[in-house]
Design a protein. Structure first.
Length: 510
């Protein structure tokens, strides 16, 4: 089972080999259904989860490499250590799948039709994926539904149902399809019809969406490509600090000059709608305490707003990971403090009795919607916060676009930064809003409200991306109902599977 789970990791971004799920998930399903006991079924699920999460989160080891001199002994346990905390949840679908077979044995009935256990397994996997939101500060990384985020037009079409039921709904659909495919030819015909409907509707939505009449700014996204070792050392090296700051200023000047030259009704230039974005950790200091640095940033941006990531400390000595808006003349126009912190990276969960984090940050009060003169109505986020489906906009204050800044240099040139970027694409579809994703070392990207790629910067290169931010769509069903919709889908599947259907009681594979 461990090996099967490890192979399933190939379905995750950036490879997105989702057909693998049609081979690996049925192996766990069948093993759970035929397990001699509940404990054995749960053990199969745990082992499968260990293989899946250890492999799909292998890049966590790279974070330890940046501080190897302090935490060399943690290196072998980074990925398996996180996996062992969340793998027990995979026992849930395995145990649920065994229920129909156990019930038939207790009653002495004929074997239960396999579609029932398949639906229970799909519902259980969806529920355990959703439950990961509540572990520590939440770790809903790599939901199976993200397997459909194939690069290009094909992936954009496949993920359109996320606008209805979110990524968790896509997870249910993938698991259900993967198992029901093996429940007989009638089910295969039904799945073929549903797949054609899925693809057809996704193509139609991508081609016939009507955008809201909102004037959006041009985005100047700056990627400085500062290695994590330099980020960690720059507080002690003034010369290095100045060199990194000047690099971002130079790139900003280049980007603004490109933005000014962009023709069209939303042209940048002095007084035009142009917004500059620096990623998380871009400013090598405390931006709110350095007015001279803010003035230099405003000059480099020709007076246009600069939204930059920086650490911040309040008058009580609390530290925050923040996104700050620098206006004309270096004024501080807006401030957002990250509210969902990374476990083991920004705060220490109680389960670990010894210190693993270099510092403990304080969470901010929650999501905001900014309304800035040139940037318009935007929803700011910092790094980790974009992975939380259904929780990326301030309730009652829908923005016109979403911005997330990040520094994934911790994880090296691995699957980690690509998986993080994929969450931004999924949030765009779920919310019907364009998403700008600014990453220190890359990849950085801008997605339209349907998840189509507008522009990007690759990993390991400094540069600037200048693009017009796409207009928003009308609120999606998911933006209205949130995660209650995939929850209702999973519970409905349980109801259908457990309902005593008299005509199907001995229906075999029907």
């Amino acid at each position: 089972m461990v090996l099967c789970g490890a192979v399933l990791a190939l379905a995750m971004p950036p490879l997105c080999l989702w057909p693998v799920a049609f081979l690996m998930l049925p192996l766990l399903w069948r093993a759970a259904c035929q397990a001699p006991s509940w404990r054995q079924a749960g053990w199969f699920g745990f082992c499968f989860g260990m293989g899946f999460y250890t492999t799909s989160l292998y890049w966590l080891t790279n974070a330890i490499m940046t501080r190897l001199h302090d935490f060399w002994w943690v290196l072998p346990f980074a990925s398996p250590g996180v996996a062992v905390l969340i793998a027990p949840l995979v026992a849930v679908p395995a145990i649920m799948a065994r229920w129909p077979a156990w019930e038939s044995q207790q009653r002495g009935d004929a074997p239960c039709p396999p579609w029932r256990s398949a639906l229970l397994f799909a519902a259980g996997w969806t529920l355990q994926d959703m439950a990961r939101t509540f572990i520590f500060s939440g770790f809903p990384w790599n939901p199976l539904g993200s397997a459909f985020e194939v690069p290009g037009r094909v992936g954009t079409i496949l993920i359109q149902p996320a606008s209805l039921v979110g990524v968790d709904g896509l997870t249910f659909m993938l698991v259900a399809f993967a198992l029901l495919f093996w429940c007989g030819w009638r089910w295969r015909l039904a799945l073929l019809a549903l797949a054609l409907l899925w693809v057809g509707w996704g193509w139609w939505r991508c081609s016939h969406t009507v955008s809201l009449a909102v004037v959006q700014p041009h985005l100047v996204l700056v990627q400085g490509d500062v290695p994590e070792e330099e980020v960690l050392n720059r507080s002690a090296r003034q010369l290095e600090r100045a060199r990194q700051f000047e690099r971002y200023l130079d790139l900003t000047r280049q980007g603004v000059q490109q933005g000014v030259a962009v023709p069209g009704p939303h042209q940048g230039g002095r007084g035009g709608n142009l917004v500059v974005v620096w990623p998380e950790s871009a400013f090598p200091g405390l931006l709110d305490e350095e007015p001279e640095a803010r003035s230099l940033m405003s000059q480099a941006a020709m007076g246009h707003p600069v939204l930059a990531g920086s650490l911040r400390r309040d008058d009580k000595g609390h530290w925050f990971n923040s996104l700050e808006a620098v206006g004309q003349g270096g004024t501080l126009e807006a401030l957002y403090d990250k509210s969902r912190l990374v476990p083991f990276g920004e705060y220490q969960p109680w389960i670990i009795p010894f210190n693993l984090t270099p510092a403990v940050l304080t969470p901010g009060p929650g999501l905001q919607t900014w309304n800035l003169p040139e940037a318009g109505k935007l929803g700011p986020m910092v790094c980790y916060e974009v992975i939380f489906s259904g929780s990326v906009t301030e309730p009652g204050h829908r923005p016109d676009w979403l911005l997330t800044i990040s520094n994934d240099a911790w994880y090296g040139n691995s699957a980690g930064p690509r998986q993080h970027l994929a969450t931004g694409r999924m949030r765009a579809v779920e919310e019907g809003l364009a998403v700008a994703f600014a990453n220190n070392r890359g990849p950085s990207a801008l997605y339209s409200a349907t998840g189509a790629l507008v522009g990007w910067l690759p990993w390991g290169h400094d540069g600037v991306m200048v693009k017009a931010i796409p207009q928003p769509l009308s609120p999606t069903l998911f933006s209205w109902g949130g995660r209650l919709l995939p929850l209702a889908l999973a519970l409905l599947a349980c109801l259908v599977a457990l309902w005593p259907w008299p005509r199907l009681q001995h229906g075999g594979h029907t």
